[in-house]
Design a binder for this molecule. Structure first.
Ligand SMILES: C[S@@+](CC[C@H](N)C(=O)[O-])C[C@H]1O[C@@H](n2cnc3c(N)ncnc32)[C@H](O)[C@@H]1O
Length: 340
């Protein structure tokens, strides 16, 4: 793995995040199938949790689900762009916050304050020093019965040169399940499950899912270790097969903060809460239509276009025509833009 600074610039600048990282779930048939089949199946006993700390959320592929399983969620990532994106994406969730961190510590979390640490599909690239740093922090931040579920590399358990010479999944070569267990023990923590998995292949246990808790917590037990060579061939393939037959959950979009809601808006939200979505939609549309200055919105779209943002202009005009279908200038501008 490149040094942490190169890693930061890779995620900040080089990676094309236009699909928010959802593309990494394609082999499962989509994000929701990977969540339900692979992730919730494993962490179901640890949620809901009072306070969740997510390490390395990227653009929020798992945050989207975790936020509904806790009272508070704090997430840290080394990439500023990821944190900025998550802040925008989850702006309506007041119990969720995002922070840039240094890649090894969890300064944002108070001692013994975290009930579930979660990290998936990120620390697989992290070498031993990063894991050592985070495990030290787990010993500080985990609550009495807190649990950490982390996905990390297991490539360190293979002699260099005896495995996939190209390391196609770019796993950290100095980390293994056994090393993580040793680090945990050194911090007075306990690994209670370790599942080594063949990720993207069926012969090499390149990854590991580890569950860590405090010694003496309600989860404490002898470490249960399992090798899962079938992870990709069975589990991933099963999720993909299910996705071909059954639709994904409807994406749950979040309402915004409510303090500034005017009378019509507030009434519409009440209707939505009572389950009358169609009436809520009609009422809020009416309320927004009454407040909106269509001429200003049309001109905003024109200016967006002139400033080199045709997609922004298109979005504004589509919204304007939705709210004011009779607005001739907006309709003509929209048609011109679509035709261009
Ligand atoms: C492959 S993306 C995965 C993001 C997310 N977990 C997901 O599955 O969609 C890796 C993310 O990990 C972050 N990252 C890498 N190393 C990190 C570290 N040591 N500490 C915190 N974040 C890290 C990167 O900035 C990037 O956002």
């Amino acid at each position: 793995m490149p040094a942490l600074s190169a890693n930061v610039s890779m995620w900040n600048e080089a990676y094309d995040w236009s699909q928010q990282g959802d593309e990494w779930s394609d082999a499962w048939g989509g994000v929701s199938y990977q969540w339900w089949v692979t992730l919730l199946a494993r962490i179901q006993g640890y949620v809901p949790a009072g306070r969740i700390l997510e390490i390395a959320p990227g653009y929020g592929r798992w945050t989207h689900y975790l936020r509904d399983l806790c009272d508070e969620l704090v997430a840290v990532d080394i990439a500023e762009t990821a944190i900025a994106h998550c802040r925008t994406r989850f702006a309506g969730d007041e119990h969720v916050s995002f922070h840039v961190n240094d890649g090894t510590s969890l300064a944002i979390a108070a001692d013994r304050s975290i009930d579930l640490v979660f990290s998936f599909d990120s620390l697989v690239h992290a070498e031993h020093d990063v894991l050592a740093g985070y495990l030290k922090e787990f010993a500080r931040v985990l609550s009495e019965d807190g649990v950490a579920f982390i996905h990390h590399s297991n490539m360190g358990s293979y002699e260099p040169g005896t495995y996939d010479p190209h390391n196609i999944h770019w796993r950290a070569t100095t980390v293994s399940a056994a090393l993580v267990e040793r680090y945990a023990q050194a911090e007075g923590l306990r690994c209670v499950s370790q599942e080594t998995v063949a990720w993207g292949n069926d012969t090499l246990l390149n990854d590991c899912f580890t569950v860590i808790t405090r010694a003496g917590s309600r989860w404490d037990r002898e470490n249960q270790v399992a090798e899962n060579f079938n992870y990709s061939a069975h589990e991933m393939a099963t999720a993909k097969r299910i996705s071909a037959l059954y639709p994904p959950a409807r994406p749950s979009l979040a309402f915004g903060a409510r303090e500034r809601a005017g009378a019509g808006h507030a009434a519409a939200l009440k209707l939505a809460e009572s389950g009358d979505t169609d009436a809520a939609h009609a009422l809020l549309q009416e309320s927004v239509r009454a407040q909106l200055d269509p001429v200003a919105l049309n001109d905003l779209a024109v200016l967006a276009h002139q400033s080199g943002d045709p997609e922004g202009a298109l979005t504004l005009l589509e919204a304007l025509v939705l709210l004011h279908p009779q607005h001739a200038a907006a309709r003509e501008n929209l048609a011109a833009l679509r035709a261009s």
